[in-house]
Design a protein around this ligand. Structure first.
Ligand code: AP5
Length: 218
């Protein structure tokens, strides 16, 4: 049976980190709206330039833009065995649009995994994050350093960068905006009996053990 998943959590909760484990273990495509926007921004497409106005300030990209890119991506044949949505939906309007899409495409959701983290630790996680320029693997200057300093564990690359929206001035607004949106979304999926919450205030491997246990139980 297809594994159709949503990974939700506040910025810095560890969605991207856990997504990498899930994709490696379950071989389903990782659909991150944040990554799609960053790629469009790097390529300076019309959509990328529009998204940049919002992302650099830590605001949400408007629903019509976001829903449009997810709709197109979920229609691709590689999502037949399943998919992992990371960072979508983020508003109730997006959640309703997704419900319509999954109905039309006959790809019902299997589970929503909510990584729950005390917001107090998130500023630290975001401002300390650095990313491999070649493969996008994510590290942290205190909590998750590459095994060989200066060399990416995944691809061996040597260049790293910090996201513009991880700079302290954007992080505060990003957290405020997302904290406001998160609670209603958690209730939305709880009411539909799809929600599984994991404690994200543990070491990365311990969070993965909890996520994997949920996926095995489905
Ligand atoms: P997006 O790219 O989705 O960013 P985000 O939700 O802000 O999440 P992050 O990628 O920052 O964090 P994460 O949870 O993946 O954490 P990570 O694993 O990297 O979105 C960016 C922007 O695009 C949004 O602000 C918005 O503008 C726009 N956008 C995207 N989707 C949208 C939508 N649906 N609607 C509207 N706009 C949208 O971990 C963070 C750090 O912590 C890393 O350094 C990591 O190494 C470390 N870490 C991870 N887990 C642990 C742990 N357990 N203990 C210690 N450190 C840890």
């Amino acid at each position: 049976m297809a594994l159709n998943l949503i990974l939700m959590g506040l910025p810095g909760a560890g969605k991207g980190t856990q997504a990498q484990y899930i994709v490696d273990e379950y071989h389903i495509p990782h659909i991150s709206t944040g990554d799609m926007f960053r790629e469009a921004m790097a390529n300076e497409t019309e959509m990328g330039l529009k998204a940049k106005e919002f992302i650099d300030k830590g605001d949400l990209v408007p629903d019509d833009v976001t829903v449009g890119i997810v709709k197109e991506r979920l229609s691709q044949p590689d999502t037949e065995p399943g998919f992992l949505l990371d960072g979508f939906p983020r508003t109730l309007a997006q959640a309703d649009a997704l419900a319509e899409m999954t109905d039309v495409l006959n790809k019902p959701l299997s589970a929503v995994i909510n990584i729950d983290v005390d917001p107090k630790v998130l500023t630290d996680r975001l401002t300390g994050r650095f990313i491999c320029k070649t493969c996008g693997a994510t590290y942290h200057k205190l909590y998750h350093m590459p095994k060989v300093p200066g060399t990416c564990d995944v691809c061996g690359g040597h260049e790293f960068y910090q996201r513009d929206d991880d700079k302290p001035e954007a992080v505060k607004n990003r957290l405020d905006v997302n904290i406001k949106m998160n609670t209603p979304l958690v209730s939305y999926y709880d009411e539909r009996n799809l929600l599984h919450t994991v404690n994200g205030d543990q070491e990365i491997d311990a969070v993965w053990q909890d996520v994997d246990a949920i996926l095995r139980s489905l």
